[in-house]
Design a protein around this ligand. Structure first.
Ligand code: GDP
Length: 195
């Protein structure tokens, strides 16, 4: 699939603001600062896209990018913004849960995690949720350039162990800085989006 063709469509505050639930989509989730925007940039080779999601006021929204007329990439709000008041965090959690539980078009979840922090509470919550909903899951261990080869292997091993009981879960090392792992990610997404 040509991810470079991805274009911003809409920012949705709630499930009901999302585009019609009929196309195929994959969602990206992660703690703030994990490297989610950079990963989407790297995949699409388009700095403008991630900038959309980082625009003040849009960071807490569900951002939709169309790859073509029948497929979307979905950037879920980054979790764990220290500056966000508790009431907004609670709201965020409600909307995220609704999206994850009710969105039929959702065919897979990419969980973006800093390779040096495998796994934190939010990640465990998302993995557990994917397990319960039996949703295909792909873990992107970002900033792999920050570790030596041994460290990367250790983190990968740890991640894969946590996914052992899940039939359709995978993990890979990724670096936006070095553009490492882009093809593996694209292949996994192709499988979910039907190409
Ligand atoms: P987000 O909040 O999850 O969208 O995270 P960003 O994509 O904005 O990245 C957070 C910080 O990590 C930024 O300073 C990025 O430049 C940096 N970063 C993201 N990906 C990588 C990577 O692969 N390698 C390195 N070294 N830094 C990265």
């Amino acid at each position: 699939m040509n991810y470079q063709a991805a274009k911003f469509v809409i920012s949705a505050a709630k499930l009901r603001d999302c585009p019609p639930d009929s196309l195929s989509e994959v969602a990206f989730a992660g703690r703030s600062n994990a490297g989610k925007s950079s990963a989407i940039n790297t995949l699409t080779r388009n700095g403008q896209l991630a900038r959309t999601s980082k625009t003040p006021g849009r960071t807490q929204l569900i951002n939709y990018f169309a790859v073509d007329e029948s497929r979307y990439l979905v950037d879920l709000p980054g979790y764990g913004y220290a500056k966000v008041p508790l009431s907004v965090k609670n709201d965020w959690q409600v909307h995220l849960e609704q999206y994850l539980n009710k969105r039929d078009a959702l065919s897979g979840l990419v969980l973006v995690t800093d390779i040096r922090h495998v796994f934190k509470d939010f990640d465990l919550m998302m993995i557990d949720w994917a397990r319960k909903r039996q949703l295909p899951l792909h873990i992107l261990l970002t900033k792999a350039d920050k570790l030596k080869r041994g460290g990367v292997q250790e983190a990968l091993g740890k991640a894969r162990q946590a996914l052992e009981d899940m039939p359709d879960a995978s993990a890979q090392a990724f670096s936006s800085l070095k553009r490492h792992g882009v093809d593996i990610l694209a292949q996994r997404l192709d499988g979910w989006l039907g190409e």
